[in-house]
Each structure stands twice: as C-alpha cells, then as structure tokens.
Design a protein around this ligand. Structure first.
Ligand code: FPP
Length: 247
C-alpha cells in the first residue's frame, strides 16, 4: 500500500522520538548473537532518517543507549560502543552532506573517551545543518536528567543566582538535556513492548504514542509512514474539549 501518499505533509509531527527495541530478539530468532541485531538496527536508522526527512520531520530522537544498558553483558556493551564509533565514522560525512545536524542528550561524559571524541567531532561538523536534527539519546535516562536538572536549580537557588518564584515549566525545560528541543509530538516503540523505560518522562506530557510489533531491525520507511498516519488520525486536545479545537 502507498502509505506516503495518504500522509498530510503539512501536518506531520515536528519531533518524533523512537524507542528502538527488539534487536536482540531479532538476532536470536535467527540463531545469531544479539550484536548481529544491533548491526542491522543501524540500517533501520538510515532508512528512518531518510523517511523522516521526506516527511519534513525536524527532530528525530533515538534511544540508542540508556543508563540501565550498562548492566548488559560486557561484550554487548563494548560492541554497542564500537558500533556507535564506527557508524559515526562511516556515515557522518554523508549525513552532513545531506543536511543532518547531530545532537545528543544524556550523560555524554560517562561514555568511553573514544565515543565522546567521535561525537564531538560529528556534532561540530554538522552544527550548521538545518534539514533535520538527529538526536541520539546516549547514556540517557529521564530520571537521571530530572535529578540533574533539580541539582543545578538547587545550586543556583543556594548561590542566590535564581529565586524560587522564577521556577516554572519553561525554566525547568531549560535545565534539561533537551533544552532548545521541542517536546516530541509522536513517540514510537517497536517490538510489541508497551513501556516508556525511563525515556523523556518530562517531555512526553502531551505526546501521542504508537506501539508496533515490528522488531527494530525490520522497521523501515513504511513503518514510519504508518506511525505518522496513526498520529494524524488522533485528535490532540491538550486538556480541552473537541469544540474548542475547531474555533
Ligand atoms: C534495543 O534492542 C536496542 C538497543 C538497546 C540499542 C539500539 C542500538 C542500535 C540500533 C545501534 C547502535 C546505535 C547507533 C546510534 C549507531 P534490545 O537489545 O533491547 O532487543 P531485545 O529487547 O530484543 O533484547
């Protein structure tokens, strides 16, 4: 089916966030090690990014490594870090040439030095691009991010650089690692799991969710189109009633 032609390109979500899940199961179903699935997951990232650009999505945020993922077997963690470094090294020139601006959210200082260096170089190279923002959530968890913001706010209050009555939703936003990034309008999770897994807890207050059974290495352009069509079928009321929206 031609899903793309059904999408209203004037009403696509500005920001789509994805919990890329199911790489391990995809690999194991075929008798391979989990890392095999992560490797194929990179191809799904490529495809999704291309489709997102077509749809004029401005921010694509991918949950690539959570603070909890450090608890996985050592070889898998090392393999994921290696995959990140190699994928960036291989792809960044093309990403940059096609207008992608790379951003990260998460505790980047907690990543191996080699990853930090590769990321920094890629961010610098792509910083003036405007076609789409690719936001990698790395060593990220929403609870870490919220606690980190609270600590910074408390420090500023204690030093008299911030007064308590200035604390607002907007101010809190500005202390998060997603500062300057609009909240996601659509959150997709693959692999049939219906959980948020500590992802963007503050930012998803009014986000629409789309869950799909598709495992991440099988997620391709049509799957993003389907998610966007699902999004466009929803009525987003932001706490109001339907009649108020048409006024
Ligand atoms: C979840 O599948 C996936 C991850 C924890 C890592 C996602 C990483 C990639 C797609 C590739 C590397 C990223 C970049 C940015 C180059 P899972 O392992 O939890 O799968 P399972 O639930 O089937 O075990």
């Amino acid at each position: 089916m031609d899903y793309l032609s059904k999408i209203d390109l004037t009403k696509t979500p500005k920001h789509v966030a994805i919990i890329m899940d199911g790489n391990g199961r995809w690999a194991q179903k075929q008798g391979h090690l989990r890392l095999y699935g992560h490797n194929f997951g990179v191809e799904s990232i490529r495809e999704t990014l291309k489709a997102a650009k077509e749809l004029k999505i401005q921010y694509l945020t991918l949950y690539a490594f959570s603070t909890e993922n450090w608890n996985r077997p050592k070889e898998e963690v090392a393999g994921l870090m290696d995959l990140l470094v190699k994928s960036l090294a291989n792809e960044i020139k093309e990403l940059s040439d096609t207008g992608v601006r790379l951003l990260t959210i998460g505790d980047i200082e907690g990543l191996p030095q080699e990853c930090q260096d590769e990321l920094q170089e890629s961010i610098e190279l792509t910083k003036n691009n405007t076609e789409i923002n690719l936001v990698l959530a790395l060593n990220y968890s929403a609870r870490w991010e919220i606690i980190d913001a609270v600590k910074k706010i408390a420090t500023n209050v204690k030093s008299n650089d911030l007064s308590i009555d200035k604390i607002s939703t907007e101010l809190f936003d500005s202390y998060l690692s997603t500062k300057d990034i609009p909240d996601p309008e659509l959150l997709i999770r693959t692999s049939g799991e219906h959980r948020i897994s500590n992802f963007l807890l503050w930012q998803i207050a009014y986000t629409e969710f789309h869950f799909t059974e598709v495992l991440w290495p099988d997620f391709k352009r049509d799957d993003l189109y389907k998610a966007v069509l699902d999004f466009q079928s929803r009525e987003r009321r932001f706490g109001m009633v339907s009649e108020q929206l048409t006024k």
